[in-house]
Write a protein that binds this ligand. Sequence first.
Ligand SMILES: Nc1ncnc2c1ncn2[C@@H]1O[C@H](COP(=O)(O)OP(=O)(O)OP(=O)(O)O)[C@@H](O)[C@H]1O
Ligand SMILES: [Mg+2]
Length: 496
Amino acid sequence: MTPFDFPNAPLLSARGLVKCYGATAVLQGVDFEVAPGEIHALLGGNGAGKSTLIRILSGHADRDGGELVYGRRSGQTTARAAPCNVAVVHQELALLPQLSVMENIVLPLRRKGGRLFDRRQAAAVARAALSQLDESLARHALGRPVNELSLHQGQLVELARALASGADILFLDEPTTNLSASETERLFAVLRRLVREHGVSIVFVSHRMKEIRQLADVCTILRDGRTVANREALDDLSDAAIVERMGQLRAVAVASRTERPVQTGTPLVLEHGDLRLSVTPGSILGLAGSPAGPAALIAMLIGASRGGDWRQRLPGWPARFTSPAQAVRLGAGFVSGDRAAKGILATLPIIDNVMASRRVVQRQLWAGRHERRDCPELLRTLQVKAGALHDLPATLSGGNQQKLLLARWLALPTRLLVLEEPTRGVDIGTKRDIYRLIRELAERGTMIIWWSSENAELVELCDRVLAFDTGGRCVGLLEHEDLNEDRLTALTGVAA
Ligand SMILES: Nc1ncnc2c1ncn2[C@@H]1O[C@H](COP(=O)(O)OP(=O)(O)OP(=O)(O)O)[C@@H](O)[C@H]1O
Ligand SMILES: [Mg+2]
């Protein structure tokens, strides 16, 4: 039966999709259907196959089996369907940074139509698409190179490109992982308007239950490459039921914040003007608020900047590190929030990625024999879903790449670990695993400094939280009963 037998034909209908990488079947019979004008959440744990499915449905990858029908074009069943009515905003943005906003929007159109716009036409097309999303950006930014934009604005450019292509279905693969709470709100408002006014359908991927419920009507859940819930109404599914279907029951036992025993040992003292703050071994200090403030402190702690107003004091450490390598050798570890640009070594295999910090510390230039034993053990601790140690990180799902960055520091006697959004893009179960791991690291005496845009996460995990306002100034240090989401929101001016 084809979808044309239905009075209300789905826009897209996939049955029994199969995708293999080498001997591994990543999709093992996925069913997926999108109806006109709906907001559809595509859910599943890290490595469940969400991005792979999107790549196939959007014509960016071939499938190895199954049926695929695009509703408005009859019986499209070739192995590679490059449908013109589907557009994707990818998990990592796919923009050409040196080109202008306008060029980024019209470039794919030029190729597809085989005809060239003149500059005036191109500007008109780009402006029309972008002004549906953000008037002021459309008016002022068309000629600016994309690398001058914020991440949120870059995302709007990708969305505009999708709109300009005349897409009926927009796929957004984890669009909110790098956005602040207010940017997420704005994006959602834009998406709702697109559905209401333009009748497009939206399929989006997220690991955050709160925003899934805020935005979506229905969901499809994947687990290990199979559909375990097919277009079910979100209102009919409890959080626990969703988590259970995803196979992540361990996430349901939510830990409450516990007061840790009094910590001892020589503290790291941080100084900024009149502010003086001690971080004791074994304690977790959170950083909250808009990025400018935390970023300046973090740059000092990891040896990335020699300027700035922050200073540190700890026996054996200089007041400022002279380089990131010095910071690493003296025991200051760092997990960057910018996974793609500053974290993953994309051209090196998984084993080199995991062992990178240890090699810096031990001044070792090539792989030691022990690494073949230690690396798999580290990956197991974090339950990383990986193929062979010599595969490239690009063969891992987004969340599993995030875990590689953490694994780097587990095998080292790190005195201080600085974390920027370490749970970005990881699934609900893994988030719990990472929390547990960080608590354990702290219990072993590591000082943790944790920057997060999720206030709830800071309140749950940290002993104290340093709050910064939107101008980047320190505005308070919260602890004990003062440490709650309301106080954090009030101090930082940022709800999260
Ligand atoms: N090019 C590739 N070569 C080999 N394996 C791959 C490749 N791309 C993806 N995989 C594997 O396919 C599985 C599914 O990956 P996919 O990226 O679709 O997961 P996902 O559901 O999007 O996860 P996440 O939530 O972490 O983004 C993973 O186990 C991954 O390792
Ligand atoms: Mg993915």
